[in-house]
Design a protein around this ligand. Structure first.
Ligand code: HEM
Ligand SMILES: *[C@@H]1O[C@H](CO)[C@@H](O)[C@H](O)[C@H]1NC(C)=O
Ligand SMILES: *[C@@H]1O[C@H](CO)[C@@H](O)[C@H](O)[C@H]1NC(C)=O
Ligand SMILES: *[C@@H]1O[C@H](CO)[C@@H](O)[C@H](O)[C@H]1NC(C)=O
Ligand SMILES: *[C@@H]1O[C@H](CO)[C@@H](O)[C@H](O)[C@H]1NC(C)=O
Ligand SMILES: *[C@@H]1O[C@H](CO)[C@@H](O)[C@H](O)[C@H]1NC(C)=O
Ligand SMILES: *[C@@H]1O[C@H](CO)[C@@H](O)[C@H](O)[C@H]1NC(C)=O
Ligand SMILES: *[C@@H]1O[C@H](CO)[C@@H](O)[C@H](O)[C@H]1NC(C)=O
Ligand SMILES: *[C@@H]1O[C@H](CO)[C@@H](O)[C@H](O)[C@H]1NC(C)=O
Ligand SMILES: *[C@@H]1O[C@H](CO)[C@@H](O)[C@H](O)[C@H]1NC(C)=O
Length: 356
């Protein structure tokens, strides 16, 4: 036996000893900036290119991708489960009422995944692609960027019920919203900060007509919404029209609808908030203090926003050998049933531990 192979054997047994001391999942636990720098150095660029191309065609994809990441993270953690298509036997998250038909941007993730698979097969998770895409969307719409810790693995389970049970409703009160975010280990301040994402994007009528018609069982308009704004919204969304025109949308921040800035908060204090849940930020003095802070300093909101996005991106992530690296973001890998989770490399197609 050559001394080289001897050294190799000593080395591998040392590695085995270390691995025995620290189970692989624990070694891999925790996300890391630059996770793909060795295994797929072009990954983040390829995502950025896909997002930039889509944004050039339709700036609305930025809002769509940021919300997709939020809806991924709040339902079974940031595991790409929101991207999975329904099958004959399973109605997926994306087809639950809070998501359908409003979620958008799936084709951008598909394009990024396709480009990445061509360069580095079976290496980059859909959950990470989505986290990168949300960051790139924020950069394009808001001229602010941040580093995204990565190393998420993809989940194999996606159900309409978990989407319904975990996504906050636009009819929520302040204490409900705080409670919903606390369940995800996010603070009341994170909730106010992240709600600022409503500075871009659109909404369907059904998410806010509660404030326009039959408010509190009267025929009145919610008194906290500007009457001029309510008049405009009623013209866009006539009474009982949601069911006939379910795809009619309106901008959520009427001051600067496509720019990621602090005008969402400015709108709130001018009675231009759209949802009951937006208006709710003014009903509690602690939350309102944050709103006022962000009106005073857009810079402060942006720096806090990107930090809260990173925090949100860390919710219940799968790492190490948990889950899998999905080959198509819409379909769990062959050989995995979708009924198990966190059960190691044997049921996934990808067993290599990526650079950590
Ligand atoms: C605080 C609780 C929240 C509630 C109740 C809520 C609710 C909603 C609703 C109802 C819509 C419109 C859907 C439709 O009818 O078309 C929407 C859109 C949107 N939400 Fe939220 N949201 C919340 C928090 C967040 C967070 C944390 C983010 C991201 C960080 C976010 C980002 C967005 C974006 C970007 C849109 C526009 C999507 C598009 O134009 O495609 N929201 N949200
Ligand atoms: C461009 O955006 C429109 C919607 O605004 C969409 O229907 C179309 O598919 C997009 N085209 C490309 C190439 O992404
Ligand atoms: C759906 O379930 C049936 C019965 O359990 C099974 O035979 C079939 O293969 C399943 N189809 C899919 C697409 O998983
Ligand atoms: C983008 O931000 C940079 C620095 O944060 C600033 O110098 C630049 O003027 C901004 N660009 C626009 C278009 O706002
Ligand atoms: C989920 O989808 C199933 C059909 O697969 C349906 O029967 C059920 O009502 C849906 N549940 C929710 C909460 O949307
Ligand atoms: C949000 O909080 C309210 C009040 O605690 C609760 O009834 C509701 O089920 C929660 N929703 C979610 C999605 O966590
Ligand atoms: C919240 O934090 C606790 C304690 O660290 C952890 O056990 C729990 O899994 C976390 N929950 C979420 C949704 O991240
Ligand atoms: C509206 O009326 C229903 C049924 O009478 C009641 O359950 C509900 O609490 C009322 N809502 C408000 C806001 O008063
Ligand atoms: C909307 O429909 C409800 C019952 O579905 C009805 O009571 C109400 O009068 C309708 N509102 C208008 C403005 O037509
Ligand atoms: C406002 O919200 C904060 C944060 O959730 C909470 O601690 C406080 O009790 C609330 N204040 C009131 C008056 O409801």
């Amino acid at each position: 036996m050559s001394s080289l192979s001897m050294k190799f054997m000593l080395f591998t047994s040392a590695v085995a000893a270390v691995l025995a001391l620290f189970p692989i999942a624990a070694v891999g636990a925790g996300l890391k900036v630059g996770f793909y720098s060795k295994s797929c150095p072009s990954a983040e660029n390829l995502v950025q290119q896909a997002v930039a191309a889509a944004f050039k065609n339709n700036t609305g994809v930025a809002a769509g991708l940021i919300r997709l990441h939020f809806h991924d993270c709040f339902v079974k953690g940031c595991d790409g489960s929101v991207l999975i298509d329904s099958t004959a036997n399973n109605t997926a998250e994306k087809d639950a009422p809070p998501n359908k038909p409003s979620l958008r941007g799936f084709e951008v993730i598909d394009a990024a995944k396709k480009a990445i698979e061509a360069k580095c097969p079976k290496t980059v998770s859909c959950a990470d692609i989505l986290a990168f895409a949300a960051r790139d969307s924020i950069a394009l719409a808001g001229n602010v960027t941040y580093k995204v810790p990565a190393g998420r693995r993809d989940g194999r389970i996606s159900t309409n019920t978990s989407a319904l049970n975990n996504l906050p409703s636009p009819l929520s009160t302040a204490s409900e919203l705080v409670g919903n975010f606390t369940l995800k280990n996010l603070t009341a301040e994170d909730m106010v900060i992240l709600s600022g994402a409503h500075t871009i994007g659109v909404s369907r009528c059904s998410s806010f007509t509660n404030r326009l018609y039959g408010f509190s069982n009267t025929s009145q308009v919610d008194p906290t919404i500007s009457s001029a704004y309510a008049f405009l919204l009623k013209s866009i969304c006539p009474a009982n029209s949601s069911q006939f025109f379910p795809t009619t949308t309106t901008d959520m921040d009427i001051i600067t609808p496509t720019v990621l800035d602090n005008k969402y908060y400015v709108g709130l204090t001018n009675n231009l908030g759209l949802f009951t849940s937006d208006q709710a930020l003014l009903t509690n003095s602690t939350l309102k203090a944050s709103v006022d802070e962000f009106i005073k300093s857009e810079k402060r909101w942006k720096s806090k926003f990107v930090k809260s996005m990173v925090k949100m991106g860390d919710i219940e992530v799968l790492t190490g050998t948990q889950g899998e690296i999905r080959l198509s973001c819409r379909v769990i890998n062959k050989g995995s049933t979708g009924l198990e989770i966190n059960n190691g490399p044997d049921s996934g197609e990808f067993t290599e531990i990526a650079t950590t």
